[in-house]
Design a protein around this ligand. Structure first.
Ligand code: FAD
Length: 569
């Protein structure tokens, strides 16, 4: 049997390696248009930053090592230009040569192509992208050149990064670490658009604390060569620098621009071959990665998956799914039992200087768009026991269906976010809900967690919300709370003095039982909207008030979440 693989990185190489382990006799040919195979594209930003110092560390294998270890015929610089599915042949362009290659099984893992935004001047040499080894080589060369010139001028080189998604943020961190002064431009109203709006301001603060100039809600419209005195020589003329003009009219001077505004499935070959595509342009596959042609399989960024919570068919361009799909496709090609493709959660994580942001399942915007009923809870516990030194707040947001099923979760913090999101991803996959989270038995000693882990706390809070032990209100309902209810701030007097909601009554929670008459007089029969710093003291107060007959509700996430949603409070 001859297996031909198009694309020699994440999904393609997983499939080729697995196929060899399953079938010692198959002829396996991997066609890769680029110069490198099996490279660590997820590691590219960390080579740019210098954390991964050795370029070779990114190159996990070469055609020679793959021939030696797996008996694979890996052909770099070989681009497939068409597929004749009827004749079971691909046409290949290799330098000036064109040849046909017949296959018994064809696996497509061509990945994604970068979205090219409508910005004038994208072809300027100062404009880069960050997707491949040659991309990072070019970026590192440019950064070295600029840092060298800095020795003469003393000025930090300037960069503009367009797009504040996962890779854009990694690029910002890398360039800042190298000593560049970075502007970050994002069209959405918050960084990392997949993150819920109330967590994103934490990342914005961290970026600002590291000197990054953040421009939100604007697009880059044009990139033009800057004319003026050369920074090195002081002579007039073209400087190698550019001016990036934004939609709000601002001009940003830059020596380097990185554009990363997302990707779309590389499905042109599949389309031309007549394979079925979904409405997003991704290749349609079944649970075994089979396309609409019985001899062709497809995996990775180019294919559709089913989104776990909404059931939508979308591409999810992440390394984990691509690798697992590659393995599954090889099982299917080799006639083995497969573990059918499960719905994809889109679990993802990024480091932004000292903070980690991670997400799994559906975010609130997705749930709203899909019309899925849900309750959102916000908590800000320590990542381990507060009495043990070094406890850092973990900011967690989770959405639950009315029956308690966990639908999605997100976290931001300095420590312990990865562990919680991975637990919550596992919980969603297992169909768990609030009761299960409350009862999860997680490893605990003071340096690692708490006897009530933040994951348990999410379960407890959700239980309280769902069974109406603790009705809550959301920061987004602030106007209604002020207009129609008595707003009660149960923080201490010094906390209240530092900032509070206008018109709020301040009764520190320990004084509440003694001052209920005051509350009754001011409420005048209205609902009471309670808040504190993080939602814990206000929960206790809500229970006291409800216990004596008031219609009280607690602000989810407290002042911390309120300030994130209403930064001008
Ligand atoms: C900078 C960067 C950082 C990332 N970080 C993360 C991360 O931290 N976590 C995460 O989950 N994901 C991350 N990703 C995404 C992840 O790398 C991709 O989801 C994954 O590589 C997709 O695998 P794939 O096999 O579909 O495509 P790829 O790995 O991109 O491989 C596709 C290959 O196919 C080749 N090809 C395309 N068309 C042809 C053709 N016609 N003929 C021959 N060859 C062809 C391409 O040259 C390419 O090398 C990152 C991506 C980048 C670029």
């Amino acid at each position: 049997m001859r297996i031909v693989v198009i694309g020699g990185v994440a999904g393609g190489m997983s499939a080729a390696a697995r196929a060899r382990r399953l079938d010692e006799h198959a002829e396996i040919i991997v066609l890769e248009q680029g110069a490198y195979v099996s490279f660590a594209n997820c590691g590219l930003p960390y080579h740019l930053s210098g954390e991964i110092a050795a370029r070779d560390a990114l190159l996990l294998h070469t055609p020679t090592s793959l021939a030696a270890s797996l008996n694979l015929d890996v052909r770099t610089g070989h681009r497939v230009t068409s597929i004749d599915s009827g004749a079971q042949k691909v046409t290949i362009q290799a330098g000036d040569d064109t040849y046909l290659l017949p296959y018994d099984a064809l696996l497509l893992s061509p990945g994604a192509v970068a979205v090219s935004p409508p910005i004038e001047g994208l072809d300027h040499p100062a404009v880069h992208t960050l997707r491949t080894v040659p991309d990072v080589d070019a970026l590192r060369d440019r950064v070295e050149e600029l840092l060298g010139a800095r020795g003469q001028t003393g000025q930090a080189p300037r960069a503009v990064v367009i797009g504040a998604g996962f890779i854009g943020l990694e690029a910002v961190e890398a360039l800042t670490t190298r000593g560049l002064q970075v502007h970050l431009v994002e069209l959405a109203d918050h960084v990392l658009p997949p993150l819920d709006a109330e967590l994103a301001p934490l990342l914005a603060e961290e970026l600002a604390a590291h000197g990054v100039d953040l421009r939100l809600g604007v697009s880059a419209e044009a990139i033009a060569a800057a004319v003026g005195a050369d920074r090195e020589s002081g002579e007039e003329g073209s400087t190698g620098a550019v001016t990036v003009t934004l939609s709000d009219g601002a001009d940003l001077a830059a020596d380097l621009v990185i554009v990363n505004v997302g990707v779309r499935p590389a499905s042109a070959l599949a389309r031309e071959a007549g394979l079925e595509l979904g409405p997003t342009g991704a290749i349609r596959v079944d649970a075994d990665q089979h396309t609409s042609d019985p001899h062709i399989w497809a995996v990775g960024d180019a294919v559709e998956v089913t989104q776990a919570i909404t059931g939508a068919r979308v591409p999810v361009p992440l390394a984990g799914p691509a690798n697992r799909q590659g393995r599954r496709a090889a099982d299917s090609i080799c006639g083995r039992r497969t573990t059918p493709q499960a719905a994809v959660l889109g679990t993802a994580i990024v480091r932004v200087f000292g903070l980690t942001a991670a997400t799994t399942g559906a975010n609130q915007a997705t749930l709203r768009r899909a019309g899925i009923a849900h309750e959102v809870v916000h908590i800000h516990p320590g990542h381990h026991a507060g009495y043990y030194p070094g406890s850092e707040q973990v900011h967690l947001v989770a959405s639950f269906a009315p029956d308690g099923t966990l639908l999605g979760a997100q976290g931001v913090g300095r420590e312990g976010v990865d562990k919680r999101i991975d637990i919550l991803a596992t919980a969603i996959r297992a169909g768990m809900g609030a009761d299960d989270l409350a009862e999860l038995e997680l490893a605990y000693a003071p340096p690692y967690g708490s006897a009530k882990d933040p994951v348990n706390m999410l379960g407890f809070v959700a239980q309280n919300v769902l069974d109406a032990t603790m009705p809550q209100w959301q920061a987004q309902e602030l106007d209604e709370a002020i207009a129609a209810t008595l707003v009660l701030d149960v923080r201490s007097r010094p906390e209240f003095a530092e900032g509070h909601l206008e018109g709020a009554l301040n009764i520190p929670h320990l004084e509440l039982r003694a001052r209920l008459d005051e509350v009754a007089a001011l409420a005048g029969g209205r609902k009471i909207s309670v808040y504190c710093a993080s939602g814990v003291r206000s929960y206790l107060a809500t229970r006291v008030l409800r216990g004596v007959g008031f219609d009280a509700r607690n602000l989810s996430g407290g002042w911390l979440t309120l300030q994130a949603v209403h930064p001008n409070l």
